[in-house]
Design a protein around this ligand. Structure first.
Ligand code: GLU
Length: 292
């Protein structure tokens, strides 16, 4: 059952122009908040400075939201202003032995994953194979002292030892059980990005008092990682609603990089905000199939 009062959020990553997929996410967050007399917040997820390096994207996104008539409550949270907060949380996890440095290169990880997936009882190929999880401490110290580039991963086995297997609720799919040791040892910080999405999102949902996270179903699996991190950090646990994604006529998910479906390009082609919102509703009635 939905917990009241409801606070939702729309949390776009400004790695390109606002597109119709964003519009769906924004409308879902706004709709559920309004329906239940709650608040809908806006958060700019711009921690990945390599992908979101163009500050102009944020301005254009905000401009598109205004043009669409989508209003948000409270202050806008901007993740790139919060690196200090994330650093403190990472340090806390590190002190508690819940993080380990990972020195693997992408190529090494891929090679090991392929090896494992060929074995009869290998782990799912997409997961980190755990190479650096149990490196001898002297070797870790040596590599750190030598400045070998590394990421910091969460040790999900240790998280499970500490919090067990907690529950979370998806409003469409019901109660889910998170088994931390079955989750990826996700990267929480990298040398070129001081914090990664998985950590920033749980810290910020808690900081903003988000009670209901609405987002696309492509992030359903990621929510297990988020639930494990919430448990490890003692953070409040929101409810979730993973909505379906928009697809094209062939059923393929609409990709962000598909500039043709950016809000700005549709506006330039003469679409009004109402036509866009009506088309979104029509797409939802067709099971998510977007037609122009
Ligand atoms: N920033 C993410 C995106 O634009 C969404 C994250 C979330 O809703 O948790 O895909």
């Amino acid at each position: 059952m939905l917990r009241l009062p409801v606070t939702t959020r729309f949390a776009p990553s400004p790695s390109g122009p606002l597109h119709v997929g964003h519009l769906l996410a924004a409308c879902e967050a706004r709709r559920l908040a309004t329906l239940h007399g709650g608040r809908c917040l806006l958060r700019i997820e711009d921690i990945d400075t390599a992908r979101t390096r163009n500050p102009e994207w944020v301005r254009l996104m905000l401009q598109d939201l205004v043009w669409l008539g989508l209003a948000f409550d409270g202050e806008v949270m901007v993740q790139s202003r919060r690196f200090g907060v994330y650093a403190a949380v990472l340090e806390q996890l590190r002190q508690r032995g819940l993080l380990y440095p990972c020195f693997c290169t992408r190529a090494e990880i891929r090679a090991r994953q392929e090896e494992i997936s060929r074995a009869p009882h290998g782990c799912p190929a997409a997961r980190y194979p755990g190479t650096c999880r149990a490196l001898p401490p002297e070797l870790v110290q040596e590599k750190l002292a030598a400045g070998v580039p590394h990421a910091w991963r969460v040790n999900m086995r240790r998280v499970e030892d500490s919090i067990g297997c907690p529950l979370w609720e998806d409003l469409r799919r019901g109660v889910q059980r998170c088994v931390p040791s079955a989750c990826d040892d996700a990267v929480l910080a990298r040398k070129d990005a001081p914090v990664a999405y998985h950590l920033a999102v749980v810290v910020d949902d808690a900081a903003q008092g988000v009670s209901l996270v609405t987002r696309g179903e492509d992030l359903f699996e990621a929510t297990h990682i988020h639930r494990a991190l919430q448990g490890a950090l003692g953070l409040p646990v929101p409810q979730y609603c993973h909505h379906r994604l928009l697809c094209d006529a062939s059923g393929k998910r609409l990709a962000k990089r598909d500039g043709a479906r950016s809000i700005a390009s549709l506006r330039a082609a003469g679409w009004s905000p109402q036509r866009l919102l009506d088309s979104l509703q029509a797409a939802l009635r067709r099971g998510g199939r977007w037609e122009e």
